[in-house]
Ligand binder design. Structure first.
Ligand code: CO
Length: 227
């Protein structure tokens, strides 16, 4: 254990030296101020690291992660991150990023008990229950899980749109765009779920369009017999 932790410090020193060698003054340039354009709200899963996936450096993306990328209206942690990102950092984009094969979403879908986190994942079960008819119409368990991972993104992005933080920003004319994306563990690629919201008046229609597209895509997959 000690050896492993020592290796982490060694690895960190190599990374810092390499970064400084590639871009002299990199770290001191970040001292003054961070000015990220993006707020990433993603899953805590170790396979879904925001900066690496986007190919971005320290300073480029503000990040909030939790189990199953859930946004709850009473979560002071997520709300504080959003408020700071919007009011102080003036981020232009808030991106909710889910991922296929999410353990939290799987547990929620299958009613699997994992402990205290069950209470957190109740929020994902709410998403499952809201779309139960659609999900029950699928025979393939993998497709059902993929669909719930996507639906969870749309619903959590909708929650972002409905926070006072985002509503207030739109009200005062601040340009903030909310997006819903999903990440593939199997190929390392991001997909846009076509949920893009730029103001309060657009929320319902944008959500409806994205949900319609999601359902059409899954219906086509089902009929086409593809996995
Ligand atoms: Co996950």
């Amino acid at each position: 254990m000690t050896t492993h932790l020592a290796e982490l410090f060694e690895s960190n020193r190599r990374w810092a030296a390499e970064t400084e060698r590639r871009t002299p003054g990199f770290f001191t340039s970040l001292l003054q101020q961070q000015a990220p354009q993006y707020l990433w709200i993603g899953c805590a899963d170790s396979r879904v690291p925001a900066n690496e996936i986007l190919g971005l450096l320290p300073g480029d993306v503000f990040v909030h992660r939790n189990v199953a990328n859930v946004v709850v209206h009473s979560d002071l942690n997520a709300l504080s991150v959003m408020q700071f990102a919007i009011d102080q950092l003036q981020v232009r984009h808030i991106i909710v990023v889910g991922h296929y094969g999410c353990g939290g979403v799987t547990a929620a879908l299958q009613n699997r008990r994992i402990g205290l986190a069950d209470n957190w994942l109740r929020h994902v079960q709410d998403v499952r229950n809201k779309h139960r008819t659609f999900l029950d119409g699928m025979d393939d368990e993998t497709q059902r899980l993929n669909a719930l991972c996507e639906l969870n993104v749309l619903e959590q992005a909708l929650n972002v749109c409905e926070t006072t933080v985002v509503q207030d920003a739109w009200e005062r004319g601040q340009a903030v765009v909310v997006h819903g994306w999903v990440y593939g563990l199997h190929d390392g690629l991001l997909q846009d779920l076509r949920l893009t919201v730029t103001n309060a008046a657009e929320v319902a229609a944008a959500y409806g369009l994205a949900l319609g597209a999601l359902k059409t895509r899954h219906d086509a997959t089902r009929k086409g017999g593809r996995p």
